[in-house]
Design a protein around this ligand. Structure first.
Ligand code: G3I
Length: 362
């Protein structure tokens, strides 16, 4: 039997790849395999599995596409990806709309969909300064009350999904752009200990799920990324149950950290015994896109996947959406878009091709 090395792929032949239906991590090629838009025989997720990597996507608006659009979206997603992050359905205001009310329907159905299609799920997100329900933010609480509300929220939600998720973004975006702890409901009402409280409550509710701290502009080397590293070092020193760090990775084309900085930053978390996942990758450009921009974007995607592949600490890359049709970018940055691997017609872009070639050892 031919052995496939986990990372330094010894030129995997098409014949070998064609023979692979599942990998050691249990990624099963999904049943929905229309020849569709990717003419290559092997789905991206299967190629990635051979390298010990999960390739994921955030899901929200794409699952509201109906008719042929919906069918094509789901076929593309299930064929190429092996990890699902609910883009919005697990956020506080959606999942906990009143103090005594949890709404799990939407996220339960995403989790069931992922399970049915051999995907892992990253839970997103338990403690964040945004998208908090009004019942929480419109009342004044004592420190003790706010602490109890935080631990209760985390405990209830993590317990609900216990055994079903591979990871949680426990604390999301705790740092301001200058690297200080970001002001917001939890810091203001609980104090700096809210981070530690959240991780301990999550671990108590699920002994196995991986627990991440997640933020943006911490991927390269910068004052903010040093602050994140220092924060994580402190958590590790205090034996807070943290598994790893999520590098959001929302980029502008051509504006990424250097490969070297990204690799150096990844390595220092690896040296702490932690994992890193690329959790929200997208690379936006100014519309309308040009062939040149799309080529730069393709190289940028290849660089991010390449650095992750070469780092033993990095085991997943999640893009923030599947196609340019449902990405959050155009509504938030008018005039910008085309940030993902598939275009608005579900056609794989140069970025997809370059990531595919990388994972195929080309
Ligand atoms: O679903 C409602 C819809 O019913 C309503 O008609 C419409 C009117 O505004 O709003 C819809 O909800 C919007 C939701 O996206 C779904 O489209 C919210 O208003 C909007 O605020 C929300 O934005 C999300 C944003 O986080 C804030 O939660 C984006 O989709 C989502 O991509 C973005 O994701 C964040 C990560 O969680 C954390 N890191 C940064 C990343 C990008 O900002």
């Amino acid at each position: 039997m031919v052995k496939v090395r986990r990372r330094g792929l010894p030129l995997v032949t098409a014949a070998l790849l064609a023979a692979c239906r599942s990998d050691s991590a249990g990624i099963v090629t999904p049943p929905v395999t229309p020849p569709a838009q990717n003419p290559d025989t092997i789905p991206l997720r299967s190629l990635a599995a051979l390298r010990g990597l999960r390739v994921g996507a955030a899901i929200d608006r794409g699952f509201r596409f109906i008719g042929a659009e919906g069918t094509q979206f789901r076929a593309t997603f299930t064929r190429e990806f092996s990890m699902l992050t609910p883009e919005n359905d697990m956020k506080h205001d959606r999942i906990h709309p009143a103090r005594a009310t949890y709404r799990f329907e939407a996220s339960d159905s995403l989790v069931a969909f992922a399970q049915a299609n051999g995907m892992l799920v990253r839970g997103h997100t338990l403690v964040w300064h945004q998208q908090l329900a009004r019942w929480l933010t419109s009342t004044t609480w004592t420190t003790a009350e706010a602490s109890t509300l935080l631990t209760q929220h985390v405990a209830d939600i993590v317990s609900h999904f216990r055994g079903k998720l591979s990871a949680w973004d426990v604390v999301n975006e705790p740092l301001a752009d200058n690297g200080a702890l970001r002001a917001g409901f939890w810091l203001d009402n609980v104090g700096a200990s809210y981070i530690e409280l959240a991780f301990r409550a999550a671990r108590a509710a699920d002994p196995d799920v991986a627990l991440y701290i997640n933020d943006y502009n911490i991927e390269g080397l910068s004052p903010k990324s040093d602050s994140m590293y220092a924060l994580v070092q402190r958590l590790v020193a205090r034996r807070v149950p943290i598994t790893g760090v999520g590098f959001e990775s929302h980029y502008v084309v051509g504006g990424l950290p250097t490969r070297n900085d990204l690799a150096t930053n990844l390595a220092r978390y690896g040296a702490l015994g932690l994992k890193v996942q690329i959790t929200e990758l997208d690379i936006r450009l100014r519309l309308p896109s040009t062939a040149e921009q799309l080529q730069t974007q393709a190289q940028n995607y290849r660089d991010v996947f390449g650095v992750c592949l070469q780092s033993p600490a990095c085991n997943a890359v999640v893009t923030w959406g599947v196609t340019d049709r449902e990405s959050w970018v155009p509504s938030t940055f008018p005039g910008w878009g085309d940030a993902l691997l598939f275009d608005t017609s579900f056609v794989p872009k140069p970025a997809f091709r370059s990531v595919y070639a990388l994972l195929a050892g080309r």
